[in-house]
Write a new protein. Sequence first.
Length: 124
Amino acid sequence: MPPTAAPAEKAETASMPTDSPAEKKKTARNENRRKAVAASVIPPIENEEDYLEMFIKGAETAARSGKMAYVRREYHDRIMRITRVIGKDKLTLSGYLDHVLTQHFLQCGDVIKKLYDKNYEDVF
């Protein structure tokens, strides 16, 4: 690249209007989300102990304080077998789903946020 390319880019950037307060707030919010996710991303599960520690544990939220969701029968049956056998009947379906969704949001959060921001339209 010729040495004059960098100053021209700086001149273009300097002449661009600054972000609106709403855009700055949105950018700051996204940056805070990225930091929170980066600090808590869980590595792939490689052994049985990791799986047990991550998914087969007590629920952090009581099922009655959550919302109802429908799960296809095949998955319901499979999850119930997992919670009965591996969880030794000490883990609820709701608790297991909470752990699975927590992992999903940690692993896919950045992509979900990008898609959300891309498709979201402010009311004002």
